[in-house]
Design a protein around this ligand. Structure first.
Ligand SMILES: [Zn+2]
Ligand SMILES: [Zn+2]
Length: 403
């Protein structure tokens, strides 16, 4: 099979799109101008467009020949609530919002791949270009889940779905992926210790919520350290602890009636996740019952573990090797304890998520994702587009048809 090379002019065009998107960032479910931009371009390329899936999601369908095989390629479109500190021309024109995770680059690369495949694509089958909203919410109300719930894979069936994210901590052009759990689940929890306001001098008469909450925090970390298989990676963080009224100095003479504690949990294993939900609830219940205090415990599940399937990940690695060479592909990277809502899509169909290194040459330290100095590295656009187009052309050539 002859694969078509990518035009330099297309890479230049994609760079201009990327910078335009960077200048006009939109956050979760408000990606109206971005979705318009995407849909208009796809229509210009002659691709069938479906809008408004899962809110502002856009799906482009490009069908050629008679094969029933279909592949899904996904990019995310949303920005973050960060005030950009960069001063270049394409810096954010929207106060307090910026593309600090490179979703402007992901959108531009997938659009360029769509343009190329529409014009020169050598394949038999269907390519679906999935542009999703709201990857950054961190809870179940995210764009990936919204699109899946809105019938993404029933309305637009695919045999496999693939995702890609730029990765500033690795050299530009390096691909990284792994079979199995690659990114963590993310959950949030909250507990309240409920008592009555008391005079510190007679505190012994009622339960002390602050001291009890502090003990619970320690017990939660003890649970992680002593009651779980240490081979299972877990990140437990208590991020908020509120009790008493610090705004009035005089309140130092009042023992508060409530303590509220919040935290986050990242795991790579569903049974560990279950064990934590049950274990943390039990710790709160036991500790409060023991001193006669009331309690409230809330555990909210966010993104599931992102789990790449074996066949599709091997395939993704072989495509990456074809694009950048074997030396620049790590197909057994260490999992990362961050989360990604592409996990919801991988919960429905097989597929693989990969990182594409995007560190700038000559820069001593990477500009990390989610910082005010970050900017997507346009030098990886050509590689990203070649990965998408090679992946689609080869997948449709090498995957046997469904029956
Ligand atoms: Zn992000
Ligand atoms: Zn991101």
């Amino acid at each position: 099979m002859v694969k078509s090379p990518i035009d330099n002019s297309l890479v230049e065009e994609a760079t201009a799109w990327r910078r335009h998107l960077h200048a006009y960032p939109e956050t979760a479910f408000e990606e109206k101008a971005t979705a318009d931009f995407v849909a208009t371009k796809l229509e210009e390329f002659g691709i069938e467009v479906h809008r408004g899936l899962g809110g502002t999601g856009v799906v482009g369908t490009l069908k050629r020949g008679t094969s029933p095989v279909a592949i899904g390629l996904r990019a995310d479109m949303d920005a973050l609530f960060i005030q950009e500190e960069n001063t270049f021309d394409h810096r954010s024109k929207v106060d307090g919002k910026m593309h600090a995770c490179g979703h402007d680059g992901h959108t531009a690369m997938l659009l360029a791949a769509a343009s190329h495949l529409a014009k020169n694509g050598n394949f038999d089958g269907t390519v679906r270009f999935i542009f999703q909203p709201a990857e950054e919410t961190g809870d179940e109300h995210c764009g990936g889940n919204a699109m899946v719930k809105d019938g993404l894979f029933e309305k637009f069936p695919v045999d496999a779905v693939f995702g890609m994210h730029n990765f500033p901590n690795a050299p530009a052009g390096r691909f990284m992926m792994r079979t199995g759990p690659m990114l963590a689940s993310i959950d949030t929890f909250e507990f309240h210790v409920l008592s009555r306001i008391a005079h510190p001098a007679t505190q012994f008469a009622v339960a002390d919520p602050l001291l009890t909450a502090a003990t619970i925090v320690q017990e939660m970390h003890m649970f992680k350290a002593r009651y779980l298989n240490p081979a299972e990676p877990v990140v437990l963080s208590i991020t908020q602890f509120r009790s008493g009224d610090p705004s009035h100095r005089q309140s130092v003479h009042v023992t508060p009636d409530e303590a509220v504690v919040r935290g986050t949990l990242y795991t790579l294993n569903d049974s560990v996740r279950d064990a934590f939900e049950a274990g943390l609830e039990k710790i709160v219940r036991n500790a409060t019952e023991a001193i006669g205090a009331g309690h409230k415990f809330i555990f909210e599940r966010g993104y599931p573990v992102l789990r790449n399937t074996r066949t599709e990940t091997r395939f993704a690695a072989s495509v990456a090797e074809e694009v950048v060479g074997e030396k620049l592909v790590d197909d057994d990277m260490q999992p990362i304890m961050g989360a990604e809502d592409f996990a919801f899509m991988l919960g429905s169909v097989p597929g693989s998520y990969v990182f594409l290194g995007s560190a700038r040459e000559g820069e001593a330290a990477p500009r990390p994702l989610h910082t005010a100095q970050y900017d997507f590295n346009d030098d990886i656009i050509a590689t990203g587009v070649r990965y998408w187009t090679t992946l689609a052309e080869r997948y449709l050539a090498e995957t046997p048809g469904r029956h």
